[in-house]
Design a protein around this ligand. Sequence first.
Ligand SMILES: Cc1ncc(COP(=O)(O)O)c(C=O)c1O
Length: 472
Amino acid sequence: MSASTPSGRPNDMSPEEFRRHGYQIVDWIAGYLHDTRDYPVAPAVQPGELTDALPRSAPNGPEPMERILEDFKTLVVPALNHWNHPRFHGYFSVSASGAGILGELLSAAVNVNGMLWHTCPAAVEVEQVVMGWLRQWLGLPEVFFGMIHDTASTSTLHAIGAARAASDAGLRERGAAQGLVLYTSAHAHSSVEKDAMALGLGRENVRKIGVDAEYRMSPTLLEAAIAKDRQEGKRPFCVVSTVGTTSVTSVDPVAEIQDVADREGLWHHVDAAYGGGAAMLDENRWMLAGAERADSLVFNPHKWLFVPIDCSAFFCRRPEALKLAYSLVPPYLSSQDNPRAVNLMDYRIPLGSRFRALKLWFVMRSFGRDKVCAVIRSHIAWARELAAEIAADPRFEVVAPAPMSLVCFRLRGTDDDNRLLLERLNESGTAFTSGNVLDGRFVLRIAIGNIGTTREDVLATWEKIREIAAGL
Ligand SMILES: Cc1ncc(COP(=O)(O)O)c(C=O)c1O
């Protein structure tokens, strides 16, 4: 039997087929990105409706790509909540920019796994380079080692795990020590507490520190809580501050919290998952002041840097602690020892990772810092304008300062009125947003952050809210 090397990929699409379907899909995407406003933001579907419309079992034979694409358009798209819509204002608005989508496409095509330097030098080195660029945009010093995770929840989990390892060198062999306590604000994202749960620290060992009138963690209350825990024989080991809280985008006093962490020997992790975007602007440098002394920081380019989900930038000044917590090298993964050959698997729980840095590289290069800052600055300006409009309408009240691009407000009425307003707005298809409970009252949140959003979109959302409120 003689072997001859075949050309192409016998069991996959031919290049002609790929081009044909690829062009069709790129055409669809180009139209979608241009015309997203024509779609109702949230779908008018009932739970289970899509499931019932799809076959119960997978096909045994091949189906033509035309039919798959048709089903995507007629079944899947009508059940989408359009997060990439310019009037998607729920949670924190996100953006898949054209450059980010193209980077994502290439990443899927090359399909590399950046677990070790030698499993894909390009993935590892582009990641290190873009994290260096992002570090500069965020004003962090070079000592911070950077890597990309899927989400901020994962980045923070890695930070807390490293903090625990750094607090006890024997942890790897003996398991976690008892009595460790973590501190964060009452307004921190739930991922901090969930990460503590997942790491086996126990929710009862997470202290939610009180905030001031502007929802910022109080360093005095933090110190008092640490002192109390020490008196009771506990072991304070980590504090997580937030720059841009989910509830109101408040900014914890990072430098003062760092002073406490220094005095008390605590690891300080800064959650700037959303707020990092705002903090990149020169006029907002104060937001991250002190973070240059922190142990770790997370910022999500998939929130406010126009990169498609998922992309979470994690910076750590103590990579040796990450290694202590997460490095384990079996023989089948051993590789050369070269200080320039970074093996990402040594610093994290997952072994493998896709080439997420590529989409970030595309976005950072195709926008450049000035344009990124100009877009973010306009989001912040429109949020201020919206807050002023809301405050000027006697039917409404703005319930918290809006230092970034989130406006929290409510109708002067009952919680039920406010819930109804939210429901009607989302049903309208004009805009989509989400609610929260702040100081015991139900409030609405309008987050501005999509690359396609214009001032007119924000005004249209406000107009719709006023119209619905008038009819309640
Ligand atoms: C401040 C903050 N931290 C963490 C998270 C969690 O983000 P992810 O979905 O990337 O885990 C969020 C999500 O909105 C957030 O607002």
